[in-house]
Design a binder for this molecule. Structure first.
Ligand code: NOJ
Length: 529
């Protein structure tokens, strides 16, 4: 189980209102208590922060906002002493327009080797005033921006599948692959245990960059669906190459390394290609996250994953929340600002379901506190580029990124040192008081205890380890499956109680469950006697 640390919102050690690496180090004992195996750190590299670090200006350093390399080394050392693995977030599809190679490309003439590292092309139309093709960017608007040439004339265009500040690398240029080998080695040499790979179905584009039949599909679905821009066959060579680098390190010191890809592809079968034995170890299977709260929908995605991914000998990697998605408590509930309702009960049940599935599980900071999405942030504090680039229509990703509450009754809730005048980079609502970690730890009915207990059992019970699952008969609206010979997990997606599939008291339940009963919006685990 890996815990995603969104560094700028985890814990601030300096008082500037932005979380940092020293804050992560201070939070490690909390994470150890929760029972995490490893952490994934969101990007902390030097960056102008147009997309909160997913616009990297230097892949081998730490942005002063978050600390420095010495602090990074201290964090890795402290994690290692606690037995917590550290994964970094690496962004190989694009960089920042401030990256020295992109600046060099801007200063170089059309057709130069410096431009070949990116996708520069002449525009269409009489004076090249139209973009080279009709693709739209994922975050809205055209996927091309025009540059002014060094002599001041309007010039070529460059491709950016996200914002204009995130030019896409041209992976057909061997120097790019070699540079990323160097970056991987730089961090592996500093002791990291692996990488979460951003946009891992990206990197290569169709070699001719032709027009698309449905150019706005990515922006409309907010998914990587343009078949010319994503999931090109050549990308698998990169994962083989990265896998062999990891294995070289493992051969040297005997320690496992992990590559987990953010892979958005149309089917579980396509997905399985990314986790073949010589490619990525894991790839997020987002279909569970996308499923609505419905027994049939959940059963379908779990069955597909078991058949098409686990069935080929790979690990399925489950995820319910991350820094790009509305939090489960809100997603599964009414638009609530408090976590005491249906959404919270369902989010707890979903957590127990996920922790009972064979494979890897990732949880996103605050998920273990049952934090709801902050839905009422005022427009002027929103920083997500999607909001800007959709003409303020899509308020998507700020509400799950609000800094964590640690203690106390008022903002900053211990997130940032000092007094109440210290301002977290996104405002925390008053109701965050009831989710603060100190309260969660003190209340055995909290989300935190459910996650902690679930994780503990997951590491103790061999039934919850490797292996498969067997569906059991269950009434409509209920899912029940068995792990190993005797562990049963059942989830009641309805609101009315139903008979439990196993008599006796559950080992663990996401809500009150009298013996013999599976309450509404509840999941439970039993050992069959
Ligand atoms: C996926 C990341 O999770 C998201 O936050 C980012 O904006 C895009 N990739 C672009 O790097």
């Amino acid at each position: 189980m890996i815990y995603q640390v969104y560094v700028r919102s985890f814990l601030d050690s300096t008082g500037d209102g932005i979380g940092d690496l020293a804050g992560v180090r201070a939070g490690l004992p909390y994470l150890k208590k929760l029972g995490v195996d490893g952490i994934w750190l969101s990007p902390f590299y030097p960056s102008p922060q147009h997309d909160h670090g997913y616009d990297v200006a230097d892949y081998c350093d730490v942005d002063p906002l978050f600390g420095d390399l010495d602090e990074f080394d201290r964090l890795v050392g402290a994690a290692r002493r606690l037995g917590i693995k550290v994964l970094l977030d690496i962004v190989p599809n694009h960089c920042s327009s401030e990256h020295p190679w992109f600046r060099e490309a801007l200063a170089a003439p059309a057709g130069s080797p410096a431009r070949a590292r990116f996708h520069f092309a002449d525009g269409r139309g009489p004076d090249g005033a139209e973009p080279p093709n009709n693709w739209h960017a994922m975050f809205g608007g055209p996927a091309w921006s025009r540059v002014t040439e060094p002599d001041g004339t309007p010039g070529q265009w460059y491709l950016h599948m996200f914002t204009p500040e995130q030019p896409d690398w041209n992976w057909r240029e061997p120097e790019v692959a070699a540079e990323f080998d160097r970056v991987l080695r730089f961090w592996l040499d500093r002791g990291v245990d692996g990488f979460r790979i951003d946009v891992a179905a990206g990197l290569y584009k169709h070699p001719e960059l032709p027009d698309s039949d449905d150019p706005e599909a990515d922006a409309r679905t907010r998914d990587s669906v343009n078949p010319l821009a994503w999931n090109q066959p050549e990308v698998h060579d990169v994962w083989r190459r990265w896998r062999s680098i990891c294995e070289e390190y493992t051969e040297r010191d005997g320690l496992d390394r992990l590559l987990v890809g953010e892979v958005s592809v149309p089917t579980a079968r396509e997905h399985a290609r990314y986790v073949r034995p010589d490619e990525l170890h894991q790839a997020f299977f987002f279909d569970l996250l996308s499923a609505s709260w419905d027994a049939d929908a959940f059963r379908k995605v779990i069955s597909e994953a078991m058949q098409d991914i686990a069935g080929t000998g790979s690990t399925v990697t489950w995820v319910l929340n991350n820094h790009d998605q509305v939090r489960t408590v809100t997603r599964y509930g009414e638009p609530a600002t408090e976590g005491s309702g249906l959404g919270a009960a369902r989010a707890r049940a979903a957590a127990l379901l996920m922790l009972a599935l064979p494979g890897a599980a990732y949880i996103y900071q605050g998920e273990e506190l049952g934090l709801p999405e902050v839905v009422d942030l005022p427009d002027d504090v929103l920083t997500d580029p999607i909001f800007r680039r959709t003409g303020s229509r899509a308020r998507i990703r700020d509400g799950c990124r609000v800094p964590l509450p640690w203690s106390g009754q008022a903002s900053p809730f211990g997130f940032t040192p000092g007094t109440e005048s210290a301002k977290p980079w996104l405002p925390q609502p008053e109701y965050f008081a009831e989710y603060a970690t100190d309260r969660a730890l003190a209340d055995t009915r909290s989300f935190w205890h459910l996650y902690r207990d679930g994780l503990q059992l997951r590491s103790q019970l061999p039934q919850l380890g490797e292996g498969t699952l067997r569906w059991l008969d269950a009434p409509p609206g209920v899912l029940a499956f068995e792990r190993g010979d005797d562990l049963v997990c059942a989830v009641n997606f309805g609101t009315a109680p139903t008979p439990a599939p196993v008599s006796g008291t559950p080992l663990l339940a996401s809500g009150p469950c009298p013996p013999g009963v599976l309450s509404g919006s509840t999941a439970a685990w039993w050992i069959r006697s």
